[in-house]
Design a protein around this ligand. Structure first.
Ligand SMILES: [Fe+2]
Ligand SMILES: [Fe+2]
Length: 374
């Protein structure tokens, strides 16, 4: 059965700010969060390594690409977050107050101190969400190892579990040692991770995590890697991206084989899930928790931030890896091309002809001389 936009994302219009802000975290003080999953753990008695040669190649690559978060990164780098914010200002284009009239808004009384604090909070928030997303990847990949029926995919998945542990580790360490505060997980990201984990179909874990969440992460890390002037963060992101590209390629390879076997209605289910995930990820970038911490009402200020001239471009850029991969999987145009229509509404369809990650993942590998000696 096909669903409409409201049934899929809980609101009729994608840009309905009230609808977006109506989702917020209620249990931020809890130290643990339990999600009951319901899926079959699959044993495979076929141990023929290399039955799926591309997955096998990826597994062999992963084995030799492991790095050590403690010893390969320059943790002795001194990070001055205020100085970085000042440098970032020059790179990131004109601040809000130069293109929107802030008279009569919650920002009216803000001076340099508040704007600088906003930039610092924003960085703390962004890295915190990366860390939480990485933990989502860690648990989802563990689930993949259990639920995927092919031995080559279980082998590869096991290497990814290790990669993700390292990613959680580096973001947590960077936040603790180099930045100035943590944020709880964003409500939209949490909702998405919960949805991915709850689903009993193994391929939905791949689609939600490897294609959507990690596809977005690859683009977002790439953007931050290009923009940051902080050498440790640059190095950290470079290392994480070299793994992330392989993870997204894993999703593309696994699903390509499987989607050919699915019926029209089953494919439509996947299209709807991809759309839902895309909207959740877009919603999270409104960073409502930052506004709350800065003491300004999110519903008053978010419409102002959306008016930024480069906002639409930034938002759409996050999907630069996702759209070509969904196209390669046939999800963009399957059935009546429903997902193409939805991605056109979201303003992200222009990326469809970029390289997919199965084609380009090797380009992200760390070069010989680039690896620190351990
Ligand atoms: Fe990761
Ligand atoms: Fe990953």
């Amino acid at each position: 059965m096909a669903f409409n936009t409201e049934q899929i994302i809980g609101r009729e219009h994608i840009d309905d700010i009230e609808g977006i802000l109506s989702v917020s975290n209620t249990d931020v003080a809890e130290a643990l969060h339990a999600v009951r999953s319901n899926y079959d753990t699959i044993f495979s008695w076929s141990y023929d390594k290399g039955n799926r040669p591309k997955l096998n190649r990826l597994y062999e690559k992963a084995k030799t690409s492991m790095w050590n978060a403690e010893t390969d990164l320059a943790w002795d780098t001194v990070v001055d977050q205020s100085k970085l914010v000042a440098e970032q200002k020059l790179l990131m284009g004109p601040p809000l107050r130069t293109y929107v009239d802030l008279k009569g808004t919650a920002f009216e009384r803000w001076g340099d101190r508040e704007w600088d604090q906003l930039a610092i909070e924003s960085q703390n928030w962004t890295l915190s969400q990366f860390m939480h997303g990485e933990q989502g990847a860690l648990v989802c990949t563990a689930k993949v190892v259990e639920s995927v029926p092919w031995i080559d995919a279980k082998y590869y998945g096991a290497t990814q579990v290790m990669d993700e542990a390292r990613h959680v580790e580096v973001f947590a360490k960077y936040l603790d040692e180099k930045l100035s505060g943590h944020y709880p997980i964003n409500a939209h990201l949490k909702m998405l991770l919960d949805d991915i984990i709850v689903d009993s179909r193994w391929d939905m874990t791949f689609l939600g995590m490897q294609i959507m969440v990690e596809g977005l992460a690859l683009a977002a890390f790439g953007f931050m890697h290009a923009m940051t002037t902080e050498p440790l963060l640059k190095q950290l992101l470079r290392y994480v991206m070299s793994d992330e590209a392989r993870h997204v390629a894993f999703g593309v390879l696994a699903l390509q084989d499987y989607y050919g076997e699915l019926s029209g209605p089953e494919i439509r289910d996947r299209q709807e899930f991809a759309f839902e995930a895309a909207v959740r990820m877009r919603d999270r970038f409104l960073q409502q928790e930052v506004w709350e911490r800065m003491g300004v009402p999110p519903r008053d200020v978010i419409p102002l931030t959306l008016a930024a001239p480069d906002r639409a471009m930034f938002q759409s850029m996050l999907f630069a890896k996702i759209v070509p991969n969904l196209k390669k999987l046939g999800l963009l145009d399957a059935g009546d091309g429903w997902l193409r229509t939805k991605f056109t509404e979201l303003g992200v369809i222009q990326w469809e002809n970029l390289s997919d990650t199965e084609e380009e993942y090797a380009a992200f590998q760390l070069a010989e001389g680039e690896r620190a000696t351990t």
